[in-house]
Design a protein around this ligand. Structure first.
Ligand SMILES: CCCCCCCC/C=C\CCCCCCCC(=O)SCCNC(=O)CCNC(=O)[C@H](O)C(C)(C)COP(=O)(O)OP(=O)(O)OC[C@H]1O[C@@H](n2cnc3c(N)ncnc32)[C@H](O)[C@@H]1OP(=O)(O)O
Length: 211
Protein backbone atom coordinates (compact mmCIF):
# COMPACT_ATOMS: atom_id res chain seq x y z
CA UNK A 1 0.00 0.00 0.00
CA UNK A 2 2.71 2.46 1.05
CA UNK A 3 4.69 1.68 -2.08
CA UNK A 4 1.62 2.17 -4.28
CA UNK A 5 0.85 5.49 -2.61
CA UNK A 6 4.47 6.66 -2.96
CA UNK A 7 4.55 5.74 -6.64
CA UNK A 8 1.21 7.50 -7.23
CA UNK A 9 2.62 10.60 -5.54
CA UNK A 10 5.80 10.35 -7.63
CA UNK A 11 3.73 10.05 -10.80
CA UNK A 12 1.61 13.06 -9.78
CA UNK A 13 4.77 15.10 -9.05
CA UNK A 14 6.26 14.15 -12.43
CA UNK A 15 3.04 15.09 -14.20
CA UNK A 16 2.88 18.41 -12.33
CA UNK A 17 6.47 19.21 -13.39
CA UNK A 18 5.62 18.25 -16.97
CA UNK A 19 2.49 20.45 -16.88
CA UNK A 20 4.56 23.41 -15.63
CA UNK A 21 7.10 22.87 -18.43
CA UNK A 22 4.27 22.58 -20.94
CA UNK A 23 2.79 25.91 -19.88
CA UNK A 24 6.23 27.53 -20.35
CA UNK A 25 6.31 26.02 -23.85
CA UNK A 26 2.87 27.53 -24.63
CA UNK A 27 4.12 30.90 -23.36
CA UNK A 28 7.14 30.47 -25.63
CA UNK A 29 4.97 29.73 -28.67
CA UNK A 30 2.86 32.83 -27.95
CA UNK A 31 6.05 34.89 -27.60
CA UNK A 32 7.38 33.52 -30.92
CA UNK A 33 4.16 34.41 -32.72
CA UNK A 34 4.14 37.97 -31.37
CA UNK A 35 7.86 38.81 -31.08
CA UNK A 36 9.23 41.89 -32.76
CA UNK A 37 12.82 41.79 -31.43
CA UNK A 38 15.75 42.33 -33.86
CA UNK A 39 17.13 39.50 -36.05
CA UNK A 40 20.28 39.16 -33.95
CA UNK A 41 18.16 38.45 -30.86
CA UNK A 42 16.03 35.92 -32.80
CA UNK A 43 19.19 34.07 -33.83
CA UNK A 44 20.54 34.06 -30.27
CA UNK A 45 17.25 32.75 -28.83
CA UNK A 46 17.02 30.07 -31.55
CA UNK A 47 20.45 28.76 -30.48
CA UNK A 48 19.37 28.63 -26.82
CA UNK A 49 16.18 26.80 -27.79
CA UNK A 50 18.15 24.23 -29.79
CA UNK A 51 20.21 23.52 -26.66
CA UNK A 52 17.07 23.17 -24.52
CA UNK A 53 15.49 20.80 -27.03
CA UNK A 54 18.61 18.66 -26.86
CA UNK A 55 18.38 18.53 -23.04
CA UNK A 56 14.74 17.42 -23.14
CA UNK A 57 15.56 14.82 -25.78
CA UNK A 58 18.17 13.11 -23.55
CA UNK A 59 15.38 10.65 -22.69
CA UNK A 60 12.47 10.33 -25.12
CA UNK A 61 9.22 8.38 -24.98
CA UNK A 62 7.91 6.74 -28.16
CA UNK A 63 4.45 8.32 -27.74
CA UNK A 64 2.79 11.09 -25.66
CA UNK A 65 1.52 10.62 -22.11
CA UNK A 66 -1.21 7.96 -22.27
CA UNK A 67 -4.98 7.93 -21.88
CA UNK A 68 -5.75 6.49 -18.43
CA UNK A 69 -8.40 6.35 -15.76
CA UNK A 70 -7.06 8.35 -12.80
CA UNK A 71 -7.19 7.16 -9.16
CA UNK A 72 -10.31 9.34 -8.79
CA UNK A 73 -12.01 7.36 -11.58
CA UNK A 74 -11.86 10.33 -13.96
CA UNK A 75 -10.35 9.69 -17.41
CA UNK A 76 -7.33 11.83 -18.22
CA UNK A 77 -5.10 12.09 -21.24
CA UNK A 78 -2.16 14.38 -20.52
CA UNK A 79 -0.80 13.91 -24.05
CA UNK A 80 -4.04 14.89 -25.82
CA UNK A 81 -3.74 17.65 -28.44
CA UNK A 82 -6.87 19.43 -27.17
CA UNK A 83 -7.02 18.76 -23.42
CA UNK A 84 -3.55 17.54 -22.51
CA UNK A 85 -1.81 19.20 -19.56
CA UNK A 86 1.44 17.78 -20.99
CA UNK A 87 0.83 18.85 -24.59
CA UNK A 88 1.86 22.42 -25.53
CA UNK A 89 -0.46 22.20 -28.54
CA UNK A 90 -3.49 21.92 -26.23
CA UNK A 91 -5.33 25.09 -25.15
CA UNK A 92 -5.73 23.14 -22.82
CA UNK A 93 -9.50 22.68 -22.99
CA UNK A 94 -11.15 21.81 -19.66
CA UNK A 95 -14.56 20.25 -20.39
CA UNK A 96 -17.05 19.48 -17.61
CA UNK A 97 -20.20 17.40 -17.78
CA UNK A 98 -23.38 18.66 -16.09
CA UNK A 99 -25.83 16.22 -14.46
CA UNK A 100 -28.07 16.51 -17.57
CA UNK A 101 -25.15 15.29 -19.76
CA UNK A 102 -24.36 18.66 -21.33
CA UNK A 103 -20.62 19.16 -21.77
CA UNK A 104 -19.36 22.70 -21.20
CA UNK A 105 -15.96 24.37 -21.45
CA UNK A 106 -14.93 27.96 -20.97
CA UNK A 107 -12.12 28.84 -23.35
CA UNK A 108 -10.14 31.65 -24.84
CA UNK A 109 -8.17 31.37 -28.07
CA UNK A 110 -4.81 33.11 -28.51
CA UNK A 111 -3.13 34.93 -31.41
CA UNK A 112 -1.31 31.62 -32.03
CA UNK A 113 -4.63 30.30 -33.37
CA UNK A 114 -5.03 32.96 -36.06
CA UNK A 115 -6.29 31.86 -39.48
CA UNK A 116 -7.89 34.76 -41.32
CA UNK A 117 -6.50 38.10 -40.09
CA UNK A 118 -7.70 38.81 -36.52
CA UNK A 119 -9.81 35.63 -36.37
CA UNK A 120 -9.38 32.02 -35.25
CA UNK A 121 -8.56 29.40 -37.92
CA UNK A 122 -11.65 27.38 -38.89
CA UNK A 123 -9.77 24.12 -38.42
CA UNK A 124 -8.98 25.04 -34.82
CA UNK A 125 -12.68 25.70 -34.09
CA UNK A 126 -13.52 22.35 -35.74
CA UNK A 127 -10.92 20.58 -33.60
CA UNK A 128 -12.44 21.98 -30.40
CA UNK A 129 -15.94 21.00 -31.52
CA UNK A 130 -14.78 17.51 -32.55
CA UNK A 131 -13.53 17.03 -29.02
CA UNK A 132 -16.62 18.51 -27.34
CA UNK A 133 -18.98 16.35 -29.41
CA UNK A 134 -16.83 13.26 -28.80
CA UNK A 135 -16.82 14.00 -25.08
CA UNK A 136 -20.63 14.28 -25.07
CA UNK A 137 -21.11 10.84 -26.66
CA UNK A 138 -18.45 9.35 -24.35
CA UNK A 139 -20.28 10.73 -21.31
CA UNK A 140 -23.48 9.11 -22.63
CA UNK A 141 -21.63 5.75 -22.41
CA UNK A 142 -21.18 5.29 -26.17
CA UNK A 143 -17.60 6.54 -26.80
CA UNK A 144 -16.64 6.45 -30.45
CA UNK A 145 -14.34 7.67 -33.21
CA UNK A 146 -15.44 10.63 -35.31
CA UNK A 147 -16.95 9.40 -38.59
CA UNK A 148 -18.38 12.71 -39.79
CA UNK A 149 -18.18 16.26 -38.46
CA UNK A 150 -20.35 18.96 -40.04
CA UNK A 151 -19.34 22.49 -39.10
CA UNK A 152 -21.28 25.70 -39.79
CA UNK A 153 -19.28 28.89 -39.41
CA UNK A 154 -21.77 31.63 -38.50
CA UNK A 155 -19.58 34.47 -37.28
CA UNK A 156 -15.87 35.27 -37.03
CA UNK A 157 -14.35 33.65 -33.91
CA UNK A 158 -12.26 36.19 -31.98
CA UNK A 159 -9.15 35.37 -29.98
CA UNK A 160 -8.26 36.96 -26.65
CA UNK A 161 -11.89 36.96 -25.51
CA UNK A 162 -13.79 34.60 -23.21
CA UNK A 163 -15.95 32.10 -25.12
CA UNK A 164 -18.08 29.10 -24.17
CA UNK A 165 -18.22 25.71 -25.90
CA UNK A 166 -21.11 23.32 -25.21
CA UNK A 167 -22.16 19.93 -26.60
CA UNK A 168 -24.96 17.42 -26.12
CA UNK A 169 -25.44 13.77 -27.05
CA UNK A 170 -28.58 13.42 -29.18
CA UNK A 171 -29.17 9.75 -30.14
CA UNK A 172 -27.74 6.35 -31.05
CA UNK A 173 -28.51 3.59 -33.58
CA UNK A 174 -26.44 0.49 -32.93
CA UNK A 175 -22.74 1.54 -32.84
CA UNK A 176 -23.55 4.96 -34.37
CA UNK A 177 -24.13 7.95 -32.07
CA UNK A 178 -24.78 11.60 -32.82
CA UNK A 179 -24.11 14.78 -30.88
CA UNK A 180 -24.22 18.50 -31.51
CA UNK A 181 -22.46 21.53 -30.10
CA UNK A 182 -21.36 25.09 -30.57
CA UNK A 183 -18.82 27.75 -29.68
CA UNK A 184 -20.58 30.91 -28.51
CA UNK A 185 -20.04 34.29 -26.93
CA UNK A 186 -20.72 34.37 -23.17
CA UNK A 187 -24.16 35.90 -23.92
CA UNK A 188 -25.04 32.79 -25.95
CA UNK A 189 -24.57 34.24 -29.46
CA UNK A 190 -23.43 31.20 -31.50
CA UNK A 191 -20.27 31.62 -33.59
CA UNK A 192 -19.72 28.07 -34.85
CA UNK A 193 -22.11 25.09 -34.71
CA UNK A 194 -21.39 21.42 -35.37
CA UNK A 195 -23.06 18.05 -35.57
CA UNK A 196 -21.12 14.82 -35.54
CA UNK A 197 -21.49 11.09 -36.04
CA UNK A 198 -19.34 8.91 -33.80
CA UNK A 199 -18.93 5.18 -34.30
CA UNK A 200 -17.96 2.85 -31.50
CA UNK A 201 -15.30 0.52 -32.94
CA UNK A 202 -16.27 -3.13 -32.62
CA UNK A 203 -13.36 -3.74 -30.21
CA UNK A 204 -14.61 -1.02 -27.82
CA UNK A 205 -18.23 -2.13 -28.00
CA UNK A 206 -17.87 -4.37 -24.93
CA UNK A 207 -15.87 -2.09 -22.60
CA UNK A 208 -16.96 1.20 -24.13
CA UNK A 209 -13.47 2.64 -23.54
CA UNK A 210 -10.24 2.31 -25.53
CA UNK A 211 -7.37 0.30 -24.07
C1 LIG B 1 -11.91 8.90 -28.65
C2 LIG B 1 -11.56 8.62 -27.23
C3 LIG B 1 -12.72 8.18 -26.34
C4 LIG B 1 -12.37 8.16 -24.87
C5 LIG B 1 -13.58 8.10 -23.99
C6 LIG B 1 -13.54 8.35 -22.55
C7 LIG B 1 -13.22 9.64 -22.00
C8 LIG B 1 -14.01 10.81 -22.39
C9 LIG B 1 -13.23 12.04 -22.35
C10 LIG B 1 -13.00 12.72 -23.46
C11 LIG B 1 -13.59 12.37 -24.77
C12 LIG B 1 -12.65 12.41 -25.91
C13 LIG B 1 -13.32 12.83 -27.16
C14 LIG B 1 -12.41 12.70 -28.34
C15 LIG B 1 -13.02 13.29 -29.54
C16 LIG B 1 -12.10 13.27 -30.71
C17 LIG B 1 -12.36 12.05 -31.54
C18 LIG B 1 -11.45 11.96 -32.73
O1 LIG B 1 -10.86 12.89 -33.16
S1 LIG B 1 -11.35 10.42 -33.45
C19 LIG B 1 -10.17 10.68 -34.77
C20 LIG B 1 -10.84 10.92 -36.09
N1 LIG B 1 -11.59 9.77 -36.54
C21 LIG B 1 -10.98 8.65 -37.01
O2 LIG B 1 -9.78 8.54 -37.08
C22 LIG B 1 -11.90 7.54 -37.43
C23 LIG B 1 -11.27 6.66 -38.48
N2 LIG B 1 -12.24 5.68 -38.93
C24 LIG B 1 -12.44 4.52 -38.28
O3 LIG B 1 -11.76 4.18 -37.31
C25 LIG B 1 -13.55 3.67 -38.81
O4 LIG B 1 -13.87 4.04 -40.13
C26 LIG B 1 -14.85 3.81 -37.91
C27 LIG B 1 -14.58 3.28 -36.49
C28 LIG B 1 -15.35 5.27 -37.87
C29 LIG B 1 -15.95 2.95 -38.53
O5 LIG B 1 -15.40 1.72 -38.80
P1 LIG B 1 -16.28 0.38 -38.69
O6 LIG B 1 -15.48 -0.73 -39.27
O7 LIG B 1 -16.74 0.21 -37.27
O8 LIG B 1 -17.51 0.77 -39.61
P2 LIG B 1 -18.48 -0.19 -40.42
O9 LIG B 1 -18.72 -1.46 -39.65
O10 LIG B 1 -18.01 -0.27 -41.81
O11 LIG B 1 -19.81 0.71 -40.41
C30 LIG B 1 -20.70 0.79 -39.29
C31 LIG B 1 -21.80 1.74 -39.68
O12 LIG B 1 -21.25 3.11 -39.71
C32 LIG B 1 -21.38 3.67 -41.04
N3 LIG B 1 -20.17 4.44 -41.30
C33 LIG B 1 -18.90 4.01 -41.17
N4 LIG B 1 -18.07 5.00 -41.43
C34 LIG B 1 -18.82 6.09 -41.72
C35 LIG B 1 -18.51 7.42 -42.05
N5 LIG B 1 -17.23 7.86 -42.11
N6 LIG B 1 -19.52 8.27 -42.28
C36 LIG B 1 -20.81 7.85 -42.20
N7 LIG B 1 -21.17 6.60 -41.86
C37 LIG B 1 -20.18 5.73 -41.63
C38 LIG B 1 -21.55 2.46 -41.95
O13 LIG B 1 -22.23 2.80 -43.14
C39 LIG B 1 -22.34 1.50 -41.07
O14 LIG B 1 -23.67 1.96 -41.06
P3 LIG B 1 -24.91 0.91 -41.02
O15 LIG B 1 -24.72 0.07 -39.77
O16 LIG B 1 -24.75 0.11 -42.28
O17 LIG B 1 -26.12 1.79 -40.96
Amino acid sequence: MTTDLASTEDADAALAALAALTQRARDLVDAVVLTDVPDSELTAVAAELAALTERLSARRRTSPQPFEIGPDGVPRHAGNAVTGSANPHALPLVARTAPDGTVRAELSFRPTHEGPPAAVHGGISAMILDHMLGHAVAMAGVAGMTATLTVRYLRRVPYGEPLVATAEYTRSEGRKSWSEGRIALPDGTPLVEATGLFITPREWAQNRLPG
